[in-house]
Design a protein around this ligand. Sequence first.
Ligand code: PEP
Length: 242
Amino acid sequence: MSRRALIAGNWKMYGLAAALGELDALSAALAQQPVDADVAVCPPATLLAAAAARLKGSPILLGGQDCHTAPEGAHTGDISAVMLADAGARLVIVGHSERRRDHGETDALVRAKAEAALAAGLTPIVCVGETIEERQAGQAEAVVGRQIAGSLPERGEAVVAYEPVWAIGTGLTASTAEIAAMHAFVRGVLGARGARVRILYGGSVKPQNAQEILALEEVDGALVGGASLKAADFSAIIRALK
Ligand code: PEP
């Protein structure tokens, strides 16, 4: 079964209104040279509605970077999946390692968020990945396997992003052998549904390394942080798809 590639940009906590110009540039680049893949940008929630208005008619999908487990409620400062969808999002990242680290998010919480996303009609991108200490201790597969078992909803169209924590925002990338081995492992862990689930790689993907990473057998796309902030870099990564 062939899976449609997905290249998703995670702007993290970067971007004021002026950054919407990068979306215009990306949209223009894709209009000039369309790609046979899903392209998504996850800006800060403050920019979602304006981005959706700007991208009307563009194939670029919008996503949130996190959501609450409830559709609404007394949760000051949180944003629900229903609200993200209402603002124009089609996807949402859940369980990013920065949220697991900064907000103590557990696998069970990440799964509840992913389920809330599905209920709101959003596609969750569920992030997993080991720390450098876990990899050096030979625990990488055990950690990722546990995270998948605990944070991926049992049903529904979810995307998995394998993001080794030590490669995020560090300029270090896992080797192609490490990526290939972990993606094959994740595909195996997913069992029968593995044929349908897209598995993205994330961790310092750049225009310079995108081609070799995206060419790997079980890599269905990328989750891109820093290099998604500039349309020129992000579109070069998108173009690296075969
Ligand atoms: C990310 O934010 O998910 C990420 C992979 O960041 P970077 O590409 O900057 O390493």
